[in-house]
Structures are given as structure tokens and as C-alpha cells.
Ligand binder design. Structure first.
Ligand code: ZN
Length: 335
């Protein structure tokens, strides 16, 4: 029953999320993350999988959790250490045919001993950063600091989502090494924009994760396993359709913009055989499960009495305003 109630709320936000994509894409020259719509959707749907005790407070602050799902991307050019938290270039650590993980310890200190911290930072730290954020979220639950709970919950949702994207596990993150430049935005933004409304969001419920470390590394491994298909099918469909059918032009405001055509997107999406939907669903489930696990590990504190201070309320409402701004944008069409 709770699920059906939540699903109707979810539908109400659907339009806002899509409109949000238009707004945020127009504000950023190059967005190479899930796509703002993807991040917003993942955090939002993760709330619906939570048990009632946690969901009750998260749903009160749903606009904040959605809008802040993209905060880590928004600050990555202002905070030097930020960029490395969004990816891990696994192919730096192995040669073709080897197990990507055989010489990459999951434990942070062991990984430093093996490769040096400079190397880890240079090639990305997303799985380790998820663990750090889970610890912070757990501490926020323990101290019952609602503002921090919401902040860390929103942001860990972003990093977990990034870990579910195959192109976040490779040095060839945008196809620049294989003459497939632009594939990053294609996979995680354009396909989401066109297809996400057709996905199945009945995912089940958050579960307790005995080891968040094992879970996040399993997610990274699954992303990396999918990488070959992401690249190979793009090449195959490009060859089949040819350049003239691969791209189209869309009117965005007063600008005519070159985009991947609808026909190409549909063919590529079909050839991936549900991969984008599977990775999106896995990300939603893991975000929700990590939130829930942090709460359980904090001793399952009661949340119903938690309140924000006045200044914290102002901070949150400022962040929520981005969603309201979206209402002036209309959904763009695809040719
Ligand atoms: Zn990111």
C-alpha cells in the first residue's frame, strides 16, 4: 500500500525531473555524469524503497534529496579533490586478459601501500569514497543531525550512482581513445532522457548490507564487465546507420544543437538489451540499501522528532528552489 502511494508521488515528480535535465544541461557546457536527470531519479526512487521509519523523514525532504543528488558534480571544478571521487580507471591497474582486481586491494590503506595515494587519486577513488561517505552518514544518524543526514544521504547517492556507470570505470571514459567521443553523455544522459520513462521501477525494498565495501566493489566490477558492450555496440550501430543517421539537430532555445538522433539512440538502446535500465535499477537499490544500512549501523535511532534549525531550513529551501525554476522549461523533442 505504501508503495502505491509513493509511486503516485513519484509520478508527480517525473515531469520535474525531465524538465530538470533541460535546465541543468543548458547551464553546463559539458556534463559527463549519469546526467542530472539520472542522478535525480536515482535518489528519488531510492527513497521509495526505504522502510517506513526512515522513509517518513526522507520523504519530507524529497526535493532536497533530489536537487542535491547533483551537488558533487556542481562543485567538482571548484574543489580540487572532488573529481577523483566520481570514477575509478580500473584499466590502469591491469593488462588485457588479467582480472582487473587481482592487484587492487579493496582496503584503502592496503591500496595505498600497493600503489601510493597519488596514484589512487590520479585514477579515481569512487569505491573508497562511498565507504567514507557511508561512515559519515552513519555518524550523522548517531548524532541525530538531520541537516547532515540529508546532505550525506543525497551525496552518497551521487557517488553510488556514478559507480554503476560502465564508463566511470575506464580511462576511455568518453570514447576518446577509440574514436567514440561523446559516448559518455550518450549512454548516461541521452538514453536516460529518451527511455527512462519506460523503465520498470518496481525494484523491491532496501536490504541491510553486511559489507558495504563488498557491495560497492561488486557494483564497480559489474559496471566494468559491461564496458566492452557499451563500446562495441556503439561502434556496431554507428557502422550500420552511418553518420547521416547517427546525428540530428535539435532546437534548444535559440540554438540549433547537434545531438545523437532518435533513431540511433533507439537502435543503440535496443542493442544494449536493457543494460541501462539494469544499471539504473541496481543503483537505486544500492543507494536505498546503503542509507538503510547506515541507519541500522547507527543503532536505528528514532527520526520522527528530528527537526532542522531555522538557518538550516533556509539552506534547504535555497537548494530546493532549483526544482521550482525548472517549471519554465519545456520538454525538448528528438528528431
Ligand atoms: Zn559524478
Amino acid at each position: 500500500m505504501a508503495n502505491s502511494l509513493n509511486f503516485s508521488k513519484l509520478k508527480r515528480f517525473f515531469g520535474l525531473i525531465l524538465l530538470g535535465l533541460l535546465f541543468t544541461r543548458s547551464q553546463t557546457k559539458q556534463n559527463t555524469q549519469w546526467g542530472f536527470a539520472g542522478h535525480q531519479r536515482i535518489n528519488e526512487f531510492a527513497v521509495y524503497l526505504l522502510p517506513a521509519e526512515v522513509q517518513a523523514v526522507f520523504i519530507q525532504h524529497l526535493p532536497y534529496l533530489i536537487s542535491q543528488s547533483v551537488a558533487p558534480d556542481q562543485r567538482r571544478y571548484a574543489v580540487e579533490a572532488e573529481a577523483a571521487r566520481h570514477y575509478i580507471d580500473l584499466d590502469h591497474y591491469y593488462h588485457k586478459g588479467q582480472d582487473p582486481f587481482w592487484n587492487l586491494p579493496q582496503n584503502w590503506q592496503e591500496a595505498i601501500d600497493c600503489h601510493s595515494e597519488d596514484t589512487l587519486q590520479a585514477y579515481g577513488i569512487v569505491p573508497w569514497h562511498v565507504l567514507r561517505m557511508k561512515y559519515r552518514l552513519q555518524k550523522a544518524f548517531e548524532t541525530q543531525d538531520l541537516a547532515l543526514i540529508l546532505k550525506y544521504a543525497a551525496e552518497i547517492g551521487h557517488y553510488i550512482a556514478d559507480a554503476h556507470v560502465p564508463l566511470h570505470t575506464t580511462e576511455n571514459y568518453n570514447g576518446q581513445l577509440t574514436n567514440q567521443y561523446g559516448i559518455h553523455g550518450l549512454w548516461e544522459s541521452r538514453l536516460i532522457e529518451l527511455q527512462a520513462e519506460n523503465y520498470n521501477y518496481w525494484i523491491g525494498k532496501a536490504t541491510y548490507l553486511p559489507s558495504v565495501q563488498k557491495a560497492i566493489w561488486a557494483a564497480v566490477r559489474a559496471s566494468h564487465v559491461a564496458l566492452d558492450s557499451v563500446l562495441q555496440f556503439e561502434k556496431k550501430v554507428s557502422t550500420e546507420l552511418g553518420l547521416s543517421e547517427k546525428y540530428a539537430y535539435e532546437q534548444r532555445g535559440s540554438t540549433l544543437t547537434k545531438v545523437y538522433s532518435r533513431k540511433f539512440c533507439d537502435a543503440y538502446h535496443k542493442s544494449l538489451n536493457g543494460m541501462v535500465e539494469r544499471r539504473l535499477r541496481a543503483a537505486i537499490l544500492m543507494v536505498s540499501s546503503v542509507w538503510y544500512t547506515a541507519w541500522v549501523d547507527a543503532g536505528q535511532p528514532g527520526l520522527s522528532q528530528l527537526k532542522l534549525q531555522t538557518d538550516q531550513k533556509n539552506d534547504l529551501s535555497e537548494n530546493d528552489s532549483i526544482l521550482k525554476t525548472h517549471s519554465r522549461w519545456k520538454q525538448r523533442s528528438c528528431h
